[in-house]
Design a protein around this ligand. Structure first.
Ligand code: IMP
Length: 433
C-alpha cells in the first residue's frame, strides 16, 4: 500500500494528527503538497508539545523522511524558526527535503495579505495573514520566486524586480504604504538561500523512486476540501488545492501511484475565517461545542465557529476526493447529548426567490449561502468512550451514530478518535494494508 493521501474533509482543523499518528509508524516519507504556514498542528516531543505550521507532521519521527513538495509555499523565516525550535529540543531535522520548485513567501507577500484584507473591509476573507494568497497569486501570474531562484544573485534580483515593479506602485499609490526595498529583499532572500541549500532536492524524483522501490509515502494535505480554491466555498477559501488531486500536482507524483485516499472528518463541524457555514450554531450550543472540543486555532488562536455534522459536506468530500476511508475524530466531544442533530439536506433559495430541498452540494455559491440545514436527530450517549478500544465495545447508540454517518457520507469510517491522547483511537479497518 505505498501511496496514501490524507486530507481534511470539512473546513480544516479536523485533527489530521490523529490519523498521521496511526499511519506514521508504517510510513517512510511524509510529503506536504499544498498551503504553507497557514496550517497548524501540535506535535508532542517528550513532555513538551510544539505547534508546527509548515513542517510535515512526520518530522519528529526519526525513521521518516519529511518532504515539502513543489505545491507548498515556503516562508523561509518560519521554516528556520520551526527547524531551530525543534533542534533545540533535540529533534534532528537534517533529513528534511524541500522541493527546489516550491514557491517562496517573501516578506512583501505578508504585507500584501494584510493590506488587501483591510482594503476588502466587509468583503474580507479572514485569511491567516501569512502571505499565502499573494504568494500563490504570484505563482499563477508567473512572477513568483522559487526556491532554486535563491541560489543565483543576479537571477534573483531580476525576479524580485519583476515582482515588485507593479506591487510597489500599488502599495504606494493605492494603499498609501511605503515601497518595498528591492536591495534589502534580495539580500535577505539570498541569506535564506544559503541556509536552505542542504535541504533542497528534486523531490518529485525522490518520491517516485521511493514509490517504485515499494516504500510508503503519506501525502499530507494542509487545510481541507471546503477551503479548496476550485472545490471549496469560493471566494472564502485558501489559494491552493487541499483536495486529493492537489497531492499529485503538488508533489509531481502521478495518480496511478495512489492507493488510498483518507479523509479526516470531525464528528461535528468547525470553521475559522469568513464564509458560509450552514450548520453553524451561534447560540449556547455553539459555545458548548467550542468549550467541549477546545476549538481555538493553533495558527491564529481565533475561536472556531462550531456547528453540527453536515453530511452534505461529507458526501461532497467523498466525491471530489475519491475517498476510500474516513477517520472520524473527536467523537467523545458529543458525549452527554441526549440527541445529536445531523444535517442530511439543505433548503436553498434560488435567484428567482423559489425555495427547494437539495441533498447534494449546490454548485451556486449564492444558493449555498442561503442553505438552511435539514436535520435528522440521532439518539446520544452518556458513557465515557475514551477508554474504549474496540468498536464493538462502544455504546449501541454511538455505534448507530457512526453507522449512520457512514451511510449518508458514502464512505466507510476506518478509525474513530475518542479523546485527546494519541492512544484515544479505535482502528476499525487498517489504514495501511
Ligand atoms: P489563507 O489560507 O491564510 O489565505 O486563508 C484563507 C481561508 O482559509 C481563511 O478562512 C482561513 O481561516 C482558512 N484557513 C487557512 N488555513 C487553515 C487551516 O489550516 N485550518 C482552517 N482554516 C484555514
Amino acid at each position: 500500500m505505498p501511496g496514501i493521501i490524507l486530507i481534511g474533509a470539512q473546513w480544516g482543523d479536523e485533527g489530521k494528527g490523529k490519523a498521521t499518528d496511526l499511519i506514521g509508524t508504517k510510513v517512510d516519507y511524509v510529503a506536504r503538497f499544498n498551503g504553507g504556514n497557514n496550517a497548524g498542528h501540535t506535535v508532542v516531543v517528550g513532555d513538551e508539545s510544539y505547534a508546527l505550521h509548515l513542517l510535515p507532521s512526520g518530522i519528529i519521527n526519526p525513521h521518516l523522511t519529511p518532504v515539502i513538495g513543489n505545491g507548498v509555499v515556503v516562508d523561509p523565516e518560519v521554516l528556520f524558526e520551526e527547524i531551530e525550535g525543534l533542534e533545540s529540543r533535540g529533534v534532528d531535522c537534517s533529513k528534511l527535503l524541500v522541493s527546489s520548485e516550491a514557491h517562496v513567501i517573501a516578506p512583501y507577500h505578508r504585507t500584501l495579505d494584510k493590506v488587501t484584507e483591510r482594503f476588502l473591509g466587509k468583503h474580507k476573507i479572514g485569511t491567516t495573514g501569512r502571505g499565502i494568497g499573494p504568494a500563490y497569486a504570484d505563482k499563477i501570474n508567473r512572477v513568483g520566486i522559487r526556491i532554486h531562484d535563491l541560489f543565483n544573485a543576479e537571477h534573483l534580483r531580476n525576479k524580485v524586480e519583476a515582482s515588485l515593479h507593479q506591487k510597489n506602485q500599488m502599495l504606494v499609490k493605492l494603499y498609501n504604504r511605503r515601497a518595498i526595498d528591492i536591495d534589502e529583499t534580495v539580500e535577505d532572500l539570498l541569506k535564506y538561500g544559503e541556509k536552505l541549500k542542504p535541504y533542497v532536492a528534486n523531490t518529485s524524483l525522490v518520491l517516485n523512486q521511493a514509490l517504485d522501490a515499494g516504500k510508503t509515502v503519506l501525502f499530507e494535505g494542509g487545510q481541507a476540501t471546503m477551503l479548496d480554491i476550485d472545490h471549496g466555498t469560493y471566494p472564502f477559501v485558501t489559494s491552493s488545492n487541499p483536495t486529493a488531486g492537489g497531492a499529485c500536482t503538488g508533489t509531481g507524483v502521478g495518480p496511478t501511484k495512489i492507493d488510498r485516499v483518507i479523509g479526516v472528518v470531525k464528528a461535528y463541524t468547525t470553521r475559522v475565517g469568513e464564509g458560509p457555514f450552514p450548520t453553524e450554531l451561534l447560540g449556547d450550543d455553539g459555545e458548548w461545542l467550542r468549550k467541549q472540543g477546545h476549538e481555538f486555532g493553533v495558527t491564529t488562536g481565533r475561536p472556531r465557529r462550531c456547528g453540527w455534522f453536515d453530511a452534505v459536506v461529507a458526501r461532497y468530500a467523498t466525491q471530489v476526493n475519491g475517498l476510500t476511508d474516513f477517520v472520524l475524530t473527536k467523537l467523545d466531544v458529543l458525549t452527554g447529548l441526549e440527541s445529536i442533530p445531523v444535517c442530511v439536506a439543505y433548503d436553498v433559495t434560488s435567484a428567482d426567490g423559489s425555495t427547494h430541498r437539495v441533498s447534494e452540494m449546490p454548485v451556486d455559491q449564492a444558493e449555498f449561502t442561503s442553505a438552511t440545514p435539514v436535520y435528522e436527530q440521532m439518539p446520544g450517549w452518556t458513557e465515557d468512550i475514551s477508554t474504549v478500544h474496540s468498536f464493538d465495545d462502544l455504546p449501541q447508540t454511538t455505534q448507530n451514530y457512526v453507522h449512520r454517518l457512514e451511510e449518508i457520507s458514502g464512505c466507510r469510517i476506518s478509525a474513530i478518535g475518542t479523546g485527546p491522547q494519541r492512544d484515544h483511537i479505535i482502528e476499525v479497518h487498517s489504514l495501511t494494508d
